[in-house]
Design a protein around this ligand. Sequence first.
Ligand SMILES: Cc1cc2nc3c(=O)[nH]c(=O)nc-3n(C[C@H](O)[C@H](O)[C@H](O)COP(=O)(O)O)c2cc1C
Length: 347
Amino acid sequence: MGFLYRKLIRRLLFNFNPELVHDAVIRSARAAQNVPLLNSMVALMARAKDLPVTVAGIKFRNPVGLAAGFDKNCEAARFLAGLGFGFLELGTVTLRPQPGNPKPRLFRLHEHRAIINRMGFNNAGAWEAARSLERLLPLPVPVGISIGKNADCSIEAAPANYLEALKVMYPFGDYFAVNVSSPNTLQLRSLHAGERLRRLVEPLLDFASGQKRVKPFFVKIAPDLEHQELEAAVELAAEMKFGLIATNTTVARSSVPERWRSYEGGLSGRPLRQLSNEVLGRTAALAKGRVALMGSGGISDGAAALEKLKLGADLVQVYSGLVYEGPFLVKEILDYLNRSGWRPPHR
Ligand SMILES: Cc1cc2nc3c(=O)[nH]c(=O)nc-3n(C[C@H](O)[C@H](O)[C@H](O)COP(=O)(O)O)c2cc1C
């Protein structure tokens, strides 16, 4: 199936504007998920042997998830679950709807199997996302919801903005990802800094601890952090008991040719693999088993997924790989993990 996608479907889709294609894919997935027979057929084709793993108290049927940003409005989750993912991270959702950055804002670097995006959290807002997701529940896999800040909200007001979005989304997620690492919202990455991160996450954890079901949190970090910032984030995670997702996209351009340097935004896909693996490896070394870890960045095959799991990730996520390798990438990765004899470590 992957062969068919790469030879035929990708060729066709890549004739069109990337954002147009993405929107069409989401619309088609939305329509398809309401046709049970179609859903079952896709699920059958994407089926792989389970590789169950428990992380942060959640049972996953396998460790391969969808990364945030693919289904920003939580509208195609039932179809996406059928592709064999162990979990879906939906969003990033902001409290209020916002249009995102001016277009064009999404670019394919085809020969590098990479993407540059500066979408800027374009989304329909938390209430709309909650409505969509509520209609699709229950889903066969755990759902994470990524939360971000509205562009017109100051850094000082960010904690309240995240908290309000969390309150709307809380009933619908199994875990929450706090996104402080998108390079496309002004100053967002300054929220990584030690005390600022504490002030941001504390009210979220406090809110969760007062709910009937206490759900886990992950903070998604940038691959461009200074070592000291990374160290501080890991220590805070260990102390406050939240997990980390390493990593979001990079603002670095050293892994792609000169002509891409003038494109602002976050780089993802194959050229991100090495950098995000380095950060994941350092994160795991600092965490020493105290922090649940997800690896994201540059997974385009089973070997790249296994690499992250061996570096210490408990779970992995894919985005750009799906664009280049197609929807059956998840099955390809799971078959590879099964063939390689990978088993979740006992933690
Ligand atoms: C078009 C696009 C939009 C994205 N939007 C988000 C987002 O809203 N929130 C987020 O946390 N990450 C977002 N990401 C980052 C991905 O979740 C992922 O961490 C990153 O692309 C690295 O993984 P990859 O190399 O498999 O793509 C986005 C990535 C892309 C390509």
